[in-house]
Design a protein around this ligand. Structure first.
Ligand code: PBG
Length: 330
């Protein structure tokens, strides 16, 4: 596709001025590209900081209005709810997941009652916030059981759908759970509840600060390598996505983000379905660190987020979502 050469051709001509650079831009960010994660805690009137994630907070339910209002004002299309579960509510079976008065269920009801269709709500379907061992499913001899876990995920999915969840996001990497959840939702008249599959979720060390945020860090025994993906693999990622699409996923997630841009691109090119990227907690903390240390400025955030768009992501889960209006303006 080379149509000329130097000196007749000078690619720098198009880059000379700001207006020209804006004219030829291939990718950009708008508020529609962001999903805002929100951490929930028990209690009243609390906005609690999280040591490993500067600028991110855990909110009590009565404080939700304030953050959801501001997300809607910023035109963010969807929020994602994550509960910090007190240790006395955790057990080996993660039964708190099925408590209709748990934090996520309460938040869903309150937000849906007040805002209805003004903003989408996504919820993880997985047991890790609720298990005393920190794993995403039932544990037997250090192995996370697949089919037995799915049975619980079905009830968790239906409960969250009943409480008003718009987008169920199974994040546990059990085999076959998308198909089973889809069938169960349809059978129970939740045909229109969307499923965003964390289809490609790697067993990553970038999740550390998140586990701190939801209170599972010190509980987690071992690692998640017998269910989350091996980061040495990419063909396997395509098999995971192909299966989840067949089973009925409406959208898929690749996670973490920045170290996996190649995977985002492969998935988008091959399947042409909505692909989301998750800029995870470890990525967030690293970017915050480099800014704190004065190594760089907000531009680094934009650069990393645009790279997801360039790779082919439709939207990005990012802990910066609520501050991007300011960052974009700077
Ligand atoms: C739960 C879940 C995790 C994250 C989102 N959902 C952690 C994990 O799988 O251990 C991580 C998000 C982040 O690090 O920002 N299954």
């Amino acid at each position: 596709m080379i149509t000329g050469k130097f000196p007749a051709l000078r690619l720098r001509r198009n880059r000379k001025t700001d207006w020209s650079r804006r004219l030829i831009e291939e990718n950009n960010l708008t508020p529609n590209d962001f999903i805002l994660p929100i951490f929930l805690i028990d209690g009243k009137n609390k906005k609690q900081s999280i040591r490993s994630m500067p600028g991110v907070y855990r909110y009590t339910i009565d404080k939700l209005n304030y953050i959801v209002d501001s997300a809607i004002k910023k035109n963010i299309p969807m929020i994602a709810l994550f509960p910090y579960t007190e240790s006395n509510k955790k057990n080996a079976l993660g039964t708190e997941a099925l408590n209709e008065n748990n934090l996520v269920c309460k938040a869903l009801q309150i937000i849906k009652r007040k805002y209805n269709k003004e903003i989408g709500i996504m919820c993880d379907v997985a047991l890790d916030p609720y298990t005393s061992h920190g794993h995403d499913g039932l544990l037997q001899d250090k192995y996370v059981l697949n089919d037995e876990t799915i049975k619980i995920l079905l009830d968790q999915s239906l409960l969250q759908a009943q409480m008003g969840c718009d987008v169920l996001a199974p994040s546990d990497m059990m085999d076959g759970r998308i198909g089973e959840i889809r069938k169960y939702l349809d059978k129970n008249d939740f045909k229109m509840t969307q499923i965003l599959s964390y289809a490609v979720k790697y067993a990553s060390s970038f999740y550390g600060p998140f586990r701190d945020a939801v209170g599972s860090k010190n509980l987690l025994k071992g690692n998640k390598k017998n269910y989350q993906m091996d980061y040495r693999n990419s063909d396997e990622a395509l098999r995971e996505v192909a299966l989840d699409i067949k089973e009925g996923a409406d959208m898929v997630m690749v996670k973490p983000g920045l170290p996996y841009l190649d995977i985002i691109q492969l998935v988008k090119k091959k399947f042409k379905i909505p692909v989301f990227a998750y800029q995870v907690s470890g990525e967030y903390s690293m970017l915050c660190n480099s800014i704190d240390k004065g190594i760089t400025n907000n531009e680094i955030i934009l650069e990393s987020l645009i790279s997801f768009k360039r790779a082919g992501a439709n939207a990005i889960v990012t802990y910066f979502a609520d501050r991007l209006d300011k960052i974009l303006k700077d």
